[in-house]
Ligand binder design. Structure first.
Ligand SMILES: Cc1cc2nc3c(=O)[nH]c(=O)nc-3n(C[C@H](O)[C@H](O)[C@H](O)COP(=O)(O)OP(=O)(O)OC[C@H]3O[C@@H](n4cnc5c(N)ncnc54)[C@H](O)[C@@H]3O)c2cc1C
Length: 371
């Protein structure tokens, strides 16, 4: 006799766990299956930056707001520390200021504030580089992913969600998941395999034209910075994050960035700085696209990231850790819920936004399957 589940979820990254969370809220008998002993993919390699501000206007921004609310609600229950809240976008070029002003005039600017350079330095005295202004947003939050994801999984297990680890899923069909440890029977199935788009449902994945994006990440020690008031970004992020970059006012800034920071743009480098409980800083990132990204991390790319960091803070950050991560990337969408069968959903975040939007997307997919 094999056990029967209401829902089987393939993948125990943040997207798979988001589905388990939504299923738990409905009291569904649920199993999560993952081939690794513990989370090892994008979900533990990211910044843990639950980014609302700057996400693409409309669906993505709304999903980020909803996911942020879910993170804030479950973090204390699961023993996950919210390390800091809010976002400071500190800009040094005058062309960035109209972008921030235009952003403030949209519904996404609600609750945010434009700051003068002095007001920005009052929040973060370590901003010693040239500044033209800043945006403060209270909406975003940060968790330490490498701790938060295991804690979330352990909490879900304590709430009755079954986990089968070190188990590879080799096939899915309505009502049944085939694994390296035998079949699992479930009325509904969610496949959330991150950037593995060849093992399962390859014909469905083929519809989306996916590739992979590789990112460089650093942890630095820089005691001179003190405590960050929230996550920090710069002008380069305004050219990259669609909530700003799609505003018409961003054209002049993008032209100036192309002229002045062509090498950064060629490597997809922009700056995110977040802080950990011990005061160290997670700093990134870069974006290189390839079906099979190479596993190497050239120093020159890290130097571009640190160059942007020093332009903002000066100082001498000491690198204490480096890693790379990858996520699935689509040419024309940030995420998708695919429907291979009425009882199966394939759910993939195809941009660097899964920690920010995954919970809301999971809620939508579970509602589709069970309502
Ligand atoms: C360096 C980096 C920085 C990022 N920063 C941010 C950020 O700050 N904010 C943000 O919102 N997003 C960020 N992202 C994006 C975010 O991390 C991803 O969108 C998200 O983690 C994807 O989650 P996932 O669960 O789909 O994938 P994963 O975390 O990769 O999990 C997929 C899981 O599926 C399992 N799996 C796959 N196939 C099978 C199979 N056949 N059988 C069994 N198990 C299988 C894998 O073992 C894996 O555990 C970043 C990504 C990277 C790489």
């Amino acid at each position: 006799m094999t056990e029967q589940y209401d829902l089987a979820i393939v993948g125990a990254g943040v997207v798979g766990l988001g589905h388990a969370l939504a299923a738990r809220r409905r009291g569904l008998k649920t199993i999560v299956i993952d081939r690794d002993a513990r989370a090892n993919g994008a979900s533990v390699r990211n910044f843990g930056f639950v980014t609302v501000t700057g996400q693409q206007r409309g669906e993505c921004w709304r999903r980020a707001m909803r996911s942020r609310d879910i993170w804030a609600e479950i973090a204390p229950q699961a023993g996950i520390e919210v390390v800091h809240r809010g976002l400071l976008v500190a800009v040094r070029r005058p062309e960035a200021v109209p972008v921030l002003e235009a952003f403030m005039a949209t519904e996404m600017g609600e609750g945010c504030a434009l700051l003068t350079p002095d007001e920005a330095r009052a929040r973060l005295p370590a901003l010693t580089g040239a500044l033209s202004g800043a945006l403060w947003s209270p909406h975003d939050l940060r968790v330490e992913s490498r701790e938060a994801i295991p804690k979330l999984a352990a909490w879900l297990a304590g709430q009755g969600i079954a986990f089968r680890r070190l188990t590879a899923v080799t096939g899915v069909e309505p009502g049944r998941v085939d694994t390296s440890a035998g079949p699992i029977h479930a009325a509904r199935i969610v496949v959330a395999p991150g950037d593995d788009y060849h093992t399962l449902l390859e014909d469905r994945f083929a519809l989306y034209g996916l590739t992979r994006c590789k990112l460089h990440m650093l942890r630095v020690a820089d005691p001179a910075l003190g405590r960050l008031p929230g996550s920090v970004m710069t002008d380069l992020s305004l050219g990259r994050y669609l909530g700003y970059a799609e505003l018409p006012e961003a054209a002049a800034l993008k032209a100036r960035l192309a002229a002045e920071q062509a090498e950064h743009l060629a490597h997809g480098v922009h700056l995110i700085v977040v802080q950990s409980a011990d005061g160290s800083l997670v700093v990134g990132d870069s974006h290189h696209y390839d079906a099979t990204p190479d596993p190497f991390a050239p120093e020159a790319v890290d130097e571009l990231i640190l160059d942007e960091y020093r332009a903002l803070f000066g100082g001498a950050p000491r690198v204490v850790e480096r890693w790379i991560g990858t996520y699935a990337s689509a040419p024309d969408r940030l995420a998708f819920i695919d429907r291979p069968d009425p009882a199966i959903r394939l759910v993939v975040v195809t941009s660097g936004t899964g920690a920010s939007t995954g919970f809301a997307i999971a809620e939508e997919a579970v509602a589709e399957l069970f309502d």
